[in-house]
Design a protein around this ligand. Structure first.
Ligand code: ADP
Ligand code: MG
Length: 726
């Protein structure tokens, strides 16, 4: 019996792959000319807008002043003309609903002119506000379906841009998305709110250090994106990849990443061609992509941009994900953003580099003078306090089904949040904690209570790759973010909790120095000392993978929330809701609705995986196994008929594995169809504790079958094929 084997067809298609017809030529248009070509950026506005309008827009961008209707009309007209010159037929409000995806609603510029013709129109109103029919986006009870109105509102601080398609282009306008009652239904709105709060609190600290007009303080972000690339023929012959984004099955490869030959290795030609085009597209969109390399796992790669204002960086990060996926297609590949597409192979993360800066200074730059050191230490201490105090809230911001395969599994980084400071900075804090410094290195310098500290490290000497939250020279690197996630969520929490710490510190310092500024130095010293005593438990410079650390972390009282279900059961405490509502980042209702949406999403994802696994095992694996069993049984019968003794060891093994798989499928089916009462968090826990293990058990049996069933009968591409044939 022959089986139409999709695998062999896929391999055949790959060997006859042809590169795209007309290669790109960067000497025709150098990348510096391409950069920002499709962005309605500052220089374009300056050239195209009347001066007073341009100034009004700048005021809105810099200080948040409201843009009046007349100015908006003028901007809209200029934007439309510019876009039409670039081939645009439509405009789209782009927003980030709580699904974590990017959403766009396209509208044509054309309107009937009443005389049988049409004119291209785009008004200030259409620019500023949109109304997508929003009933199918999650709202967590904030909006009942009959009140389906959701509004998108232009975010003036993130530039509009043009997305190209071979058949035309679209003007894209970054927007915030909220319900008709003004409640946030997206990821951008709270991000903008959190940035505003951080600005206010950071400025109070700067003022105490004598800086009355620092300009706006903004959080900066740079996200390193890891991803896998596999041939599209393999992708489409794996229903699990298509439906869930990861392989639910697959026997381990004879050749793995243990040889570690990939990291920074030569990039395969087809992949490099893809990267060159993806980067070119991103340049046009003004996304400052900078570095690329092979990652540790086979077929895994990374791309990193230069950091930007956190809001723009977030919009750009969404564009990076969309662009990688779109361009990969063109090169006959699928770009996998899932955190763990292949079990037993390194997962993918998104290192979120984060700092705070003014136009002229990075506030997390240690600097070389004692005075700046003290200011740096205040900001750094605020981060330490925030991450310790709200560790579980920060953990929640990166929790979802995909990321569970990294965090809390035996791989980097762990689910326990801790901060790596590096030896030198840790030593500084140890000195500070003990009080007056031991020796005076620079007698006579300005006393800030810390004048005897050693110069702070510009680059933390070593890098601790196991740390989930590491100080890396002049920024913190949050490494526990998942590769598929929007960086908006973790940024919102980080900004807010650091703002709360800065608020606390500014209040304490203002109290202490009231009436007598001479007390400032001593007050700073005393406050840092107090905070470090209370919060040093979060600092850990050792190996985060070690079992010893898990035991130690427990002693220190650090939460270890191993998976999304546990996180969702723990998050939503009063202090979580309070810190978000106190600063107007998320109201209690908005926060609760989000937790509900994320928990429902978790349930949906695990359920989908289970249903997909059931279908694959029943309709693909078992038939293959039964065919092979039949082959072995017939062979045995034939041999016996010839009077020969048949060896039935393989037959026994297959028979045993088949019934084991049948049993485990039953268990999985029962678990996933069970009715769970008591709310969505209960359901999430059921998914984690019953469905997920049942899925793993079924996988174990089918992977064992994959290892012995005849290769030409096995229906799905293997790990080796997917990861090594390109
Ligand atoms: P490293 O050598 O530590 O990996 P890089 O300087 O190459 O650091 O930066 C890694 C990422 O960190 C890049 O995306 C970069 O833009 C970002 N980054 C650098 N400085 C900052 C900053 N001040 N704020 C936010 N991100 C930053
Ligand atoms: Mg990194």
């Amino acid at each position: 019996m022959t089986v139409g084997n999709a695998r062999y067809a896929a391999v055949a298609a790959i060997t006859s792959y042809k590169p795209i017809e007309k290669p790109l030529d960067f000497s025709e248009t150098p990348s510096q000319e391409l950069f920002g070509q499709n962005v309605f950026h500052d220089a374009v506005m300056r050239a195209r807008l009347p001066k007073p309008i341009y100034k009004a827009v700048q005021r809105t961008i810099k200080s948040g002043a409201v843009l009046d209707a007349q100015a908006a009309d003028a901007v809209a007209t200029a934007m439309k003309d510019w876009a039409i010159e670039k081939g645009a037929t439509h405009y789209a409000h782009v927003f980030y609903p709580l699904t974590g995806a990017t959403a766009q609603k396209h509208d044509s510029f054309l309107s009937p002119d009443g005389n049988g013709g049409a004119i291209a129109e785009f008004s200030g109103n259409q620019l500023i506000q949109g109304e997508p029919d929003a009933s199918s986006f999650p709202s967590g009870g904030l909006r009942t379906t009959f009140e389906a109105r959701g509004y998108t509102a232009w975010d003036v601080t993130s530039p509009a841009y043009i997305l190209e398609n071979p058949n035309g282009t679209t003007l894209c306008i970054p927007t915030a998305y909220c319900s008709w009652t003004g409640e946030a239904l997206d990821k951008k709105t709270p991000l903008l709110r959190s940035m505003q709060v951080l600005n206010v609190q950071a400025k109070r600290i700067l003022k105490l250090f004598g800086n009355d007009s620092p300009g706006r303080v903004i959080p900066t972000a740079g996200a390193e994106q890891e991803y896998f690339l596999i041939d599209r023929n393999f992708f489409y012959s794996r229903p699990d990849l298509v439906v869930t984004g990861r392989t639910l099955f697959g026997a381990p490869m004879p050749k793995g990443q243990e040889q570690e030959a990939n990291y920074f290795g030569v990039i395969p030609e087809r992949v490099l061609a893809f990267m060159l085009e993806a980067e070119r597209e991103l340049y046009k969109l003004g996304v400052p992509v900078k570095t690329r390399h092979n990652e540790v796992a086979p077929s895994q790669f990374e791309l990193a941009p230069v950091f930007e204002n956190a809001n723009v960086a977030t919009d750009h990060q969404h564009l990076v994900m969309i662009t990688l996926q779109r361009v990969a297609n063109k090169y006959g590949m699928a770009c996998l953003m899932h955190e763990k597409p292949f079990a037993g192979v390194n997962g993918s993360g998104k290192h979120l580099n984060w700092s705070l800066g003014t136009d002229s200074a990075n506030l997390l730059e240690p600097g070389e003078t004692p005075h700046e050191n003290a200011q740096f230490l205040v900001f750094c201490t605020a981060v330490i306090r925030a991450v310790h105090k709200y560790s579980d809230l920060l953990r929640a911001s990166i929790a979802h089904a995909g990321n569970d395969h990294r965090l809390g599994a035996n791989e980097a980084p762990p689910a326990i949040l801790s901060i790596f400071l590096g030896e030198q900075l840790t030593d500084v804090y140890e000195q500070l904690e003990k009080g007056p410094a031991r020796k005076s290195k620079k007698p006579g310098t300005l006393t800030i209570g810390v004048d005897t500290l050693p110069d702070l490290p510009r680059h933390a000497g070593d890098r601790n790759r196991t740390s989930p939250f590491a100080f890396t020279g002049n920024k913190f690197e949050f490494r526990a973010v998942g590769s598929s996630q929007s960086i908006a969520g973790p940024l919102v929490i980080l900004n807010t909790i650091v703002a709360e710490s800065l608020d606390y510190m500014a209040t304490e310092l203002e109290k202490a120095t009231k009436g007598n500024p001479k007390n400032f130095n001593a007050a700073v010293q005393k406050l840092i000392q107090k905070i470090i005593k209370e919060h040093k438990a979060i600092i850990f410079n050792g190996d985060n993978y070690a079992d010893a650390w898990h035991a130690e972390a427990e002693k220190r009282g650090l939460p270890n929330l191993r998976n999304t279900a546990e996180v969702m059961a723990a998050v939503g405490k009063k202090e979580h809701a309070d810190v978000l509502s106190k600063y107007g980042v998320l109201s209690k209702r908005e926060f609760e609705s989000r937790n509900e949406i994320y928990t429902e999403k978790y349930v949906a994802e695990i359920t989908t995986e289970a249903l997909c696994a059931l279908e694959i095992t029943k309709t693909m694996f078992l038939p293959a196994a039964y065919r092979y069993q039949d082959l072995l049984a017939s062979t045995a019968v034939s041999l016996e008929a010839l009077g020969k003794k048949a060896d039935i060891r393989s037959l026994d093994k297959v028979t045993r594995l088949i019934s084991e798989l049948e049993d485990r499928i039953d268990v999985l089916e029962q678990a996933v169809t069970a009715e769970v009462k008591g709310g969505v968090v209960k359901h999430a826990l059921h998914c984690r504790n019953k469905v997920f293990p049942a899925l793993l058990a079924a996988r174990e049996s089918s992977d064992a079958l994959e290892a012995i069933v005849a290769d030409d009968l096995w229906p799905l591409p293997t790990y080796l094929e997917m990861l090594f044939i390109k």
